[in-house]
Design a protein. Sequence first.
Length: 711
Amino acid sequence: MNTLIYMLAALMCSTFAIRAWTGDKRDPLRRTFMILGSIVGLYFGSFTLYLLPGFEVFDYIHAASGAFLPAACMWFFDRLLRGGATKGPVSARKLWAITPLVVIAYVVIQWLFYRDAPRGSYAEMGLATFVFGGFVITLWRVWVVRQQTENEVDRARIGTLLALMSGAVLVSSIEVLIRNLGEPYAATPLTIVARSMELQGAIPPVGAALTTLFCYFLYQIVEHTRLLDLYEIIARIFTLTSAALVLVIMDGVSVIWVGSFSDYPIHATFQIFLATLLFLGLYEPLKDRIETVSGEWFNRQGRRLELTLREIDRSMVKVISIQSLDAQFVGRLQRSGRAPLVSLYLWNQDDGLYELTLERGQAETPLMRTIAQKPFTDGFSQGPYVRGELDQQVHRRLEGNDEAALRLRNMDAMQADLTVPIMSGDLVLGWLNMRDERWSDGYSNDEVRRLTRTVDRASVVIENIYSFEQVKEQNRLAALGTMAAGLAHEIRNPLAGIKGAAQYLEGEAKPEEVPAFLEVIVNETDRLDTVVSQFLTYARPFQVYAAPSDANALVRRTIDLVRAEGVPEEVTLLTQLAPGLPPITLDPDKLGQMMLNLIQNALHAVGDKGEVLIRTGMSTLTAPPNRGNPAFVVTVRDTGDGIAPENLEKLFIPFFTTKRSGTGLGLAICRRLVEAHGGEIAVQSSIGKGSTFTMRFPLLVPEGDPDETLS
């Protein structure tokens, strides 16, 4: 078993070294890690062969490769930590120069004087002291760099490096010490298994496992061009270990159930096959559950972010505007406790720049408001910008380090530690910025990957919002054209009357005709004033002063006002007001204005004979995103001639009217008032049977600026 463990450690460390080097042979850090990983692989591989009988020469190779480990490790940290570890009396270059001399001295002394020693010799103890001292110097130099690092994230991650390396060095040193101080043994009569156990000593090869974990950690740093956090790696190891333990238990129970494997090999093999098959079927849900538990244990902050992102994914279907994106997306991210500052930059077509659109959290200084498209967005095709990765790219002078430095300056101006692009194909719609918490050691790879998936979903929503806004803009321009034509028509007729009356008075008008023509001028001027006043009422922003109100009382007050103005004798005003309605939050004056307009239209539709019914009650909203939410409903139904189907869609367009004296602004104003309350208005009509106008108001006014609702 010891031989197998050392062999696996050698294979894994060598594989890490080769994969890192082939990733980018021009990267100095990768070349340095390739050398370090190869030496570690040679160290464990030679010890594997030494544990086998007849390969005594590999004991010298094992000792010599171990002697070079401190120099290789110090050299790697010099490259990784941007040269900060080179300060001190002993440098990696000096250690590289001294080590060959130490190795030669060890080989000569060991061969001449301690060749047949069954346990550790003075030469081996001296070499071990040299190696241990080299590692102590390396750890001390890394600790000095950590103390001098101002970035809290890098300080935490360098601390993780120190902890892993210290553990591997300490445990391995204890193993070597106990192995060399053990009792002598007779090597010849021992079997391979017994020999490996004797040479290993009393402590199992825990140092090999820790050293392999440390190499994997360094390999991940090299691959991701940044220092990594320990929580993610521990969580993954915990997940794999737990799954392997479950598999071992299931297979063990299968063997025990059958009995002796040697007595029933076919039955036992088939039983293990079925148990393994069952495990594979349960692996995915089991893996999800284990990852959940490990996340809660080892990375609680990341787990909270994951839960927040799931909530965002579910609520994204409700987002239909930039304002709702603020609450459902940016606001939730900031409240997750993982990012004290979240900002969203989106493309502004009018200015040709990316503009700060949404911001949640407390910025230390005002954020940069606008950023040019290039060169900041050029690297988005490669994925998100992570501060640690860009920082390593700059200081390691990798390819593209100038562009990375420029991106870092822009991220500094936006106070961002992570920038995730919002893409639509190859088009950059914008990006999401997140600043890291001071207590955190940065965003893990899983967190970045999970954020990217959610931002990809948000990009579809933003693209739909842009498309919807373009449709709204087209409809707005079309409505403006219709309004302009209607307004011109409404103004032209009174002006023509005023001009005609003035021209007549300018001529030879008889004295008794002057009062009549002056009355025409006054009436037409009043008509102009009405048109302009209604137009301004429709066009200008207005404030909704919502308060809990008795809706039935407001409806009764409006009906009393209509009766006071006069209703034809053969026209009946009926009411069906639902009893026990709760207080409704709305603007009482605005509701009265809407009711008055609808009732007057209904009276005009029935003429001198008919019926108008006003009804109140409770129902639900029918339009997204609030479909199904409870609502207060008011309906006004008349028994008039009805509205032609081709005119139904035009009713709420300004200046559209079927009346001879109407301005066509009443229903348009009514619709704006309803929408300002977050409600909706609809009409149903049949020729010869009458029309029904229905207004639905939510029980609570939605959050936000009412003027934004009206835009």
